[in-house]
Design a protein. Sequence first.
Lengths: 574, 326
Amino acid sequence: MMLFRAGKTHPYPKNRIKLKKRVADGKVLKFVVKTVSFRGSSFVLKTVVLFFLVTCFPFTVNGENSGTKTHDAYVSSGLGDGRVLIPFLADDVTSSSICGLVYNGLTKVDKDLNVTGDLAERWEVSDDAREIIFYLKKDIRWHDGKPFTAKDVKFTYQAILDPSTACPYVSGYSDIIDVEEINENTVKFVYKEPYAPALLKLGMGIVPEHLFSREKDLRRSQYARKPIGTGPYRFVEWKSGEYMILEANEDHFVHPPYIRRYVYRIIPDQSVQFLELVSGGIDSMELNPYQFLYRSKTGEFNDRIEKYRYLSRSYTFVGYNLKDPILRDKRVRQALSYAINEEEIIDSVLLGQGETTTGPFMKDSPYYDHSARSYGYDAVKAAMLLREAGWSDMDGTGILSKDGVELRIVITTNQGSQVREDTATVIQGQWARLGIKTEIQVAAWSAFLNQFIDKRNFQAVILGWTVPPDPDIFAVWHSRSAGKGGLNFVSFSNESVDELIEKGRREFSGEVRTKIYREAHRLIAEEAPYTFLFTPYALPAVNRRIKGIDPAPAGIGYNFIDWHVNEQDVKYRF
Amino acid sequence: MKKYILKRLFMMVPMLFGISVIMFVIMHLAPGDPAGIRYGLNPEVSDTAREEFRSMYGLDKPVMVQYFMWLKRFVSLDFGRSLVDDRPVIEKVLAHLPATLLLQASSVLLIFFLAVPIGIISAVKKNSFFDRASTIFVFIGYAMPTFWLAILLVFVFSFKLGWLPVSGMRPWYVQYLGAWAQLKDLLAHLALPLAATAFGGLAALSRYSRSSMVEVMKENFIVTARAKGISEKRVILVHALGNALLPIVTILGLTLPVLISGSFIFETIFAWPGMGRLGYEAIMHYDYPVVMGVGVMATFLTLLGIFLSDMAYVLIDPRIRLEGRK
């Protein structure tokens, strides 16, 4: 806009808001908001001071707090409201991430996505791998002050397994035969068969027995909206559709977090989130590639906000219906994969903010096999394979055909994802170069699932999977998951892969599992039931006053309790 | 008269019932169901878990059975619980209703107090510069895409000038503000959504007032009034305006359902926690109880609004008689 000089924004509210308010019980609420303006010497002074602090006190840069003060507030934002704040009932991203701050599980995942202890100090897997004993940390308290014990663990898993709870994730725990309280600080899980993903699944948030056992229906209890956990943050307030507020738990067993308040603001539009981020209304958001590359180049943006980038834990793919007469032939699928130029898709659709991938595991995980077959763009190979499979352009129409049937593929994808729709369009162009007629069909999510996926009524789909830290791929790649309601909707069935998946589930040794899953990766890549397209980058942007952020395979939020703000940068003073 | 009123109110019941059946059936005609939306393609949720979810909420029963289950609860004024977060529908609606009422009521008032004068003055000074300029102005507001206008307002007034907050209804630290500060802050948050909503709504009412006034000004009694020597100001403001307002006041009755409907587009852009988002998200998540709850409320208010409009007409205009009584 030429009407206004670029770079001059005044965040609302303009100056310091300093308020004192006496509340009913005689306490005085004090509050100060400090906003930073970028004209004038105060900014230069701040930069100079900061520069000296950074050079003379390097440990501030390293992410260690120079003191143990808990102050300021961190305002994050998201598109959706929470639903239910009970960990094993939370089925949306917002609820799950809030639960992650309010509750702890027996285990958690560290920065490199390895399983490590959270409420549990250590654990022992029995020789037959059917029993796991967890030794819990001592002196942990619930937010209401009562002590955390093994009884809470037993109660939580009993609730998960109780059919009347209707826990959606129960299938991950259905092999548990018994949960035994050995003593106050020791719990034993007994499984029907060895189940390696257990260590990760047992990271589910633990809920307080002394409170929850009194509730008949957890979903309708007060705790669904007022959680009580052991986590670094305790719940304060939830205004439906507006925001949620959490407060630092001073008695947290690791250490009290350094940021006093965690606020989650619901802002359903990404452009508005961006405006809020730059004007200081929020402290972080997930940028889309366009915002990351083009809207955040100004000095003003970069003075205040830091951008981060790491591989997101997901991948997007083209899935081929292996029951389709045309796609049944492996050579056709491989040819289609060679005909797709993944780099072109990443550059045009993601503006370069992604990486190619060749299999169902994360590139930076040990299970990914970099030697698996990669279907980089090779038009010659693609044409050759199609010819081998009997497809040629005999009647000069420019479209390949075989036995009088045209090579026509319908790509179906869901409405609401511009990335997937654009990807389909790019692929349509790429396949057209080879003489393949492609049509694109976009359906609303519900219809997409109901009419196309569930009924296996499709040829090719463009979808994405999130990749959990545990490499167990049973749900998507085992032949038993190809039945009704299963997620192996392409009907992939390979005996060797089945065997590997079954072995991998029962194997607790990291080394052995790595070998198993790498082989599975190679086999899957060879069969090409999917064309693995790309893994996008996650592009979070965070206000620079927040220190201690350290991007790793797990993202940036894994060490939230270590994030801190230096005294002079504090924006919200309570 | 009383008989007529009672008859009208009584007729609303079968209409409400009929519309609720149609709403329920149409919702269920859409392919898919809440279980699919929530748990479809989630590797951690098995098919049995999805089936459990369906049976828990009675979604596996035939549509008409589900309808009667809903109706049975509804007549005892139990709107049921949301399928998304198990909160009572009434609670969800009441949490979002004040925000929408505030915005919509202010908007209706603002539109009324702007559009009617614009219309009246345009009629009196027909084809003058004011008339033409105001016509163009209101039609620009009408034709402009609302989401574009909304983002533009936010960009100019919040982002660049910093006069107003970017989004939301109140800041998360609202409890720290004193009562006066809270009011000021609420007005600041209300300003842009109000401007965006009102701008689009000016056209209809102002054109309607204008044409109504033009019609009245042509009447014989205006000529008589002028002949009697009444000042032009009185002729316009008392004799003409009074009659011109009749149709307008009755139209206001029809804005009753608007008070609770809220606009999804605005509420998304301004992060306004209103009924628009509630309704849209309920529809997208196949949250049948909430959709029915909001839908029935809107239907009832529409029927009531029409009824009040009709009644107002009868009461205000002595020329109108009920049912052609002599």
